[in-house]
Design a protein around this ligand. Structure first.
Ligand code: FE2
Ligand code: FE2
Length: 262
């Protein structure tokens, strides 16, 4: 079994009066205070709001000081070179940032679905080849979770659907060859969502920095797409030995750092 926390879209911005950092800190403090060790904490992109070095320095302090293993991937707001150098401490490169974590209970592959200079997502041929190598190199019977920033299907949220992940039929074809692929994880839409892709669960983590206003919630007037007043939230994924994925969503009280069950 594996227990994984999944947050997304922290959008760290050092010029926002500390708002994004405080919300991220509340979520991380909540995870640090849990009485169990997590197998992983995943952060599925939009780590920095503008891809600036100071934002990645803040991310490094907020995320990588965790006692849990942390795995991150870029989103459309990130800059691959600054992400590598400022957050991961690696040499700069514009190549996709793909990373794998093998825990006792499952393998987690985070793919870079960002496209430099664009808001929409796409997995490059190189990234798909890397993912196939991970899947082929995983012992049969070990569940694999595959994550990235952009959802590969429409979620009936036109505002973000226009910038979803395209070319998804290539990923679906790959998934058909690997029955141990237990589910897909992503972010980008800033709203907790559950659906299906390629016959597997597709779970979207809520946004830490803000929440998407759903089409049937939208008022007229400025900024109709974003809730800034809803609290941050996090997903917990439980993968059992048979590869069955169960997901719980938990709201975090940003004023106290404690999760609440609302
Ligand atoms: Fe975002
Ligand atoms: Fe995004």
């Amino acid at each position: 079994m594996a227990l994984i926390a999944h947050l997304s879209d922290i959008h760290l911005d050092t010029a926002d009066g500390g708002r994004s950092a405080a919300r991220t800190r509340a979520v991380m403090d909540y995870l640090e205070g849990l009485p169990v060790d997590l197998d992983a904490v995943l952060v599925t992109g939009d780590i920095a709001d503008h891809g600036r070095p100071d934002e990645y320095a803040s991310a490094r302090e907020l995320l990588l000081g965790s006692r849990h293993p942390v795995l991150v991937c870029p989103g459309n707001h990130d800059d691959r070179t600054a992400f590598r150098t400022g957050l991961l401490g690696l040499p700069g490169s514009v190549e996709p940032v793909n990373q794998v974590l093998r825990t006792a209970g499952c393998t987690i592959a985070l793919c870079d679905s960002s496209v430099p200079g664009e808001d929409e997502g796409f997995l490059s041929d190189g990234t798909l080849a890397w993912l196939e190598e991970v899947l082929a190199g995983t012992p049969a019977g070990t569940p694999v979770l595959v994550g990235f920033h952009h959802p590969p299907v429409e979620l009936h949220t036109p505002y973000v659907d226009q910038w979803r992940q395209f070319g998804e039929e290539r990923l679906a074809a790959l998934a058909r060859r690997y029955p141990d692929l237990a589910g897909f994880l992503c972010g980008h839409t800033h709203t907790a969502t559950a659906t299906v892709f390629a016959g597997r669960p597709l779970l979207v983590a809520p946004g830490v920095v803000s929440a998407l206003r759903l089409p049937w919630e939208q008022p007229t007037g400025p900024s109709p797409h974003v809730h800034l007043d809803l609290p941050p939230a996090v997903a917990f994924h439980v993968v059992d030995g048979g590869g069955r994925l169960t997901t719980h969503y938990r709201i975090v009280d940003a004023s106290s750092g404690l999760g609440s069950g609302r």
